[in-house]
Design a protein around this ligand. Structure first.
Ligand code: 13P
Ligand code: ZN
Length: 211
């Protein structure tokens, strides 16, 4: 996909996420890797009303070369890309049920949501929790560095998910799957749900690959 088409795709998918209430106000950000840098959503922009011409362009060294000022989470995005050469796009949202899970006191910080469904295992896998930092704190990038090589998605405590995909469509699908599974997890709390077995998870990983 050329840069013009990628710009259009970022704005179309961002608006779709916003219109379905998957992030609110000016929260959330999206980036796509180019051959010689990145396209990112600008800081303080509403994902429902992005202008393709004003998206931030960073060069390969992470310098701002065109468009509006970058999302304050650009150190988080670039840290995740550095750990995941196979990932071409990243989505970060304040999706309500995922944020709710990120606030739970008794969470397993190595894997915040159990393998409830096949699509969760196929698109998200395991979901570690990163301790609370303020939005835009470059230390979130440092925290993600040790995890993103093994995990396509991580959850920022009291904040929200950040999800990488092989392309933007895949990153969006994974973010949607994470949000719906977070909702299921909350619905099922206290109900002792049957989760997928280790053998069922291993079978999905061997048939569909790891996210
Ligand atoms: O979600 C956000 C911060 O975590 C939004 O920040 P930006 O507006 O800088 O992208
Ligand atoms: Zn955020």
């Amino acid at each position: 996909m050329n840069e013009t088409a990628l710009r259009e795709q970022i704005c179309t998918l961002a608006q779709s996420l916003f219109d379905r209430g998957l992030t609110m106000g000016s929260s959330g950000n999206i980036s796509v890797r180019l051959n010689d840098g990145w396209l990112m959503t600008p800081t303080n922009a509403c994902l429902g009303r992005l202008d393709p011409a004003r998206l931030t362009r960073l060069d390969a060294a992470g310098r701002h070369i065109d468009g509006d000022a970058p999302t304050k989470e650009y150190p988080l995005h670039t840290a995740m890309y550095a750990e995941r050469p196979q990932s071409e796009a990243i989505v970060h949202l304040h999706s309500t049920h995922s944020v709710a899970v990120s606030c739970l006191p008794d969470i397993d910080t190595h894997d915040c949501i159990p393998p409830l469904t096949a699509y969760y295992v196929m698109r998200v896998g395991t979901l570690p929790l990163i301790p609370y930092h303020e939005p835009g704190d470059p230390a979130i990038g440092d925290a993600v560095r040790g995890l993103a090589g093994r995990h396509a998605a991580v959850l920022l405590a009291n904040h929200g998910p950040i999800v990488a995909g092989k392309n933007l469509e895949a990153a969006v699908y994974a973010t949607e799957e994470l949000e719906e599974t977070a909702k299921l997890h909350l619905l099922l709390r206290g109900h002792n749900p049957r989760t997928l077995t280790e053998a069922q998870v291993a079978s999905l990983q061997s048939n569909f690959g790891r996210p």
